[in-house]
Design a protein around this ligand. Structure first.
Ligand SMILES: [Zn+2]
Length: 290
């Protein structure tokens, strides 16, 4: 199954639900970053929630989501657009803790920190809203973020399964949000249906699609609005890193060229290497002067 997301409205438009399957892209992220199982689960949950949040925005709007809970994996960052494209980075990918046979996501993320969401909606400066981490399990942290920072009552489910070879074999999630007009009756129904659901990663592993997950939440009282393919893709280029080097300024570049060896830069999102020779750095010095 390819990775994709479904958006639906339910209960006469008083509830919106996004459900996503992200197994392939989370496995791809694991291969790029070399995450160990608990780190794979933490990063995979963040990637999934970020993609769903991205889909709440429009056209050329972008989100940068940062979680740093003071746990052993350090900081995780995702950059996502409104069309299902994401890239991300994790500070310490080689971390694994399990507890009672479960990946201890909350322990590797930590709770001593914040989730920061920076919105670039292209009409004015970016702005960031933040909320304190609750459990470090990511889903609870997003639920709290939506309530505290955006005043939207939400329910978030996220899950990643890793096999004995440390490969990701199931990943997905949903975000449900109450819109104005949602009744107590609707809220009660949803609560009961979600309580009766198995963990999201198990459902994905059993072959359920995003639309099946929405069906379990609403028991049929919904209409599908949109389907969106999801992909992990980095947009870095030699040109972009050149610009970054130029922005260091003449003095800094002179110093680099004086070190007498080529400059190696590794993209933090896709781990691609770029090398600039001494002559190329000198050429950039000229550009920096202009
Ligand atoms: Zn890259």
């Amino acid at each position: 199954m390819n990775d994709y997301l479904i958006k639906a409205y339910a209960f006469n438009g008083t509830v919106r639900i996004y459900a996503a399957s992200t197994t392939n892209l989370v496995e791809e992220a694991r291969q790029i970053h070399g995450t160990w199982p608990a780190a794979s689960a933490a990063f995979g949950r963040l990637l999934t929630a970020s993609l769903i949040m991205g889909a709440m925005y429009k056209e050329d709007q972008m989100l940068t989501i940062r979680i740093d809970g003071g746990g052993p994996i350090g900081e995780m960052v995702t950059v996502v657009d409104a069309h299902g494209t994401i890239k991300g980075t994790i500070e310490n990918p080689e971390v694994h803790i399990s507890q009672k046979d479960k990946l201890a996501v909350g322990m590797v993320v930590g709770t001593n920190g914040f989730i920061h969401v920076t919105k670039d909606i292209k009409i004015r400066d970016t702005f960031t809203s933040s909320a304190k981490l609750q459990t470090g399990e990511i889903a609870d942290d997003f639920t709290y973020y939506f309530a505290a920072s955006e005043q939207i009552p939400s329910s978030v489910g996220l899950g990643v399964l890793v096999n004995e070879n440390n490969e990701v074999f199931a990943s997905g999630g949903f975000i449900l949000q109450l819109m104005p007009g949602a009744t107590e009756e609707t809220i009660n129904k949803i609560e009961i249906n979600i309580q009766e659901m198995k963990p999201i990663s198990e459902l994905i592993n059993e072959g359920l699609k995003p639309e099946d997950i929405i069906q379990l939440i609403t028991l049929g009282d919904h209409e599908f609005i949109e389907e969106m393919p999801l992909v992990y893709r980095c947009d870095c280029s030699r040109n972009r890193f050149e610009k970054g080097l130029i922005s260091l300024g003449q003095k800094e570049l002179d110093q680099l060229s004086n070190e007498g060896h080529p400059v190696q830069i590794t993209c933090q999102f896709c781990k691609k290497h770029y090398e600039f020779s001494i002559q190329e750095i000198l050429d950039l010095v000229d550009l920096a002067k202009k």
